[in-house]
Ligand binder design. Sequence first.
Ligand code: PMV
Length: 332
Amino acid sequence: MDKSAVLADWISPSTNPVTSIEHFAPSNIALCKYWGKRNKQLNLPMNASLSVSLGHLGTHTRIVPIDYCADEVWLNGEQLLPSAPFCQRVSSFLDLFRQPGSCYFRVTTRNSIPTAAGLASSASGFAALSKAVNDSFELNLTDEQLSVIARLGSGSACRSIFNGFVEWQMGQRADGLDSHGVSVEQCWPGLCVGLVKVDASAKSIDSRSGMQRTVDTAHLYQSWPIQAAHDLVKLKQAIAEQDFTLLGQTAEHNALSMHATMIASWPPLVYWQPESLATMQRIWKLRQEGLNCYFTMDAGPNLKLLFLNDELEALMRYFPEMEVIQPFGNGR
Ligand code: PMV
């Protein structure tokens, strides 16, 4: 089943864009990771995942219908070549909504994520683009439908449709219409995410190829969906009870388990730099000394620290360069 067939009931092929429009979507950090697809074409995951959206840090995307024979894509003030991979991903995503050759857009994307933070912007980018397309074509889709659509652009984008904590329910259907984000209605003022940059250069293997390699070659991967399912239950309990130690332990264990499956792939997939490990060891030592701080990591060398507001001052002394986000405000 291809992407357009999945969306046939939601998008009328005769619809034309009526407006130019701008939307914002937040970046998100997974506490229980999405790693591995059961359907590559539709970005359907092997496991459910859970994230926290990063408030005002994310992507602003404006789309304007243009009288031209190709899309124009601008990223952070620079026009991309039509052959650029991001430009091609954006154009093929827009193809889901238009008749071939019927209309083109200028797509202007600005990331408010600090470039030095080492955060992926494709999740917030495809979520913001989905919201903009919804308004431009007057589709009137619900957030859950938009989450399905964003997932077709980039898996984790389905979580960036929502603020706060978000569960990506893996779904069962072959067409994936039940595989989307759902808002977890719980706030946690004072929860902090600290971005510790180890290396901002482009990653060697993108997450799409990395997860495929893991699924195809790591025997250890078989245990991953089971671990992820357990972690999801624990994280939901931690959020419901505002049990920070349970949240932090589960998120760190989940991230390290995902990295274990990557390392067990062939050729091996090691996203860590020596500095990544050194930072993990510092966190473990600080914990022994009584600081309640944990970390999570994605398909790259940078760390995202998890802690409560009370520890902020102490942690800033150890990580003065750290960028801190409080997704639910500071709780004071
Ligand atoms: O959505 P993608 O293809 O960028 O994959 C995201 C994978 C991880 O960041 C490692 C985990 C996650 O759940 O965000």
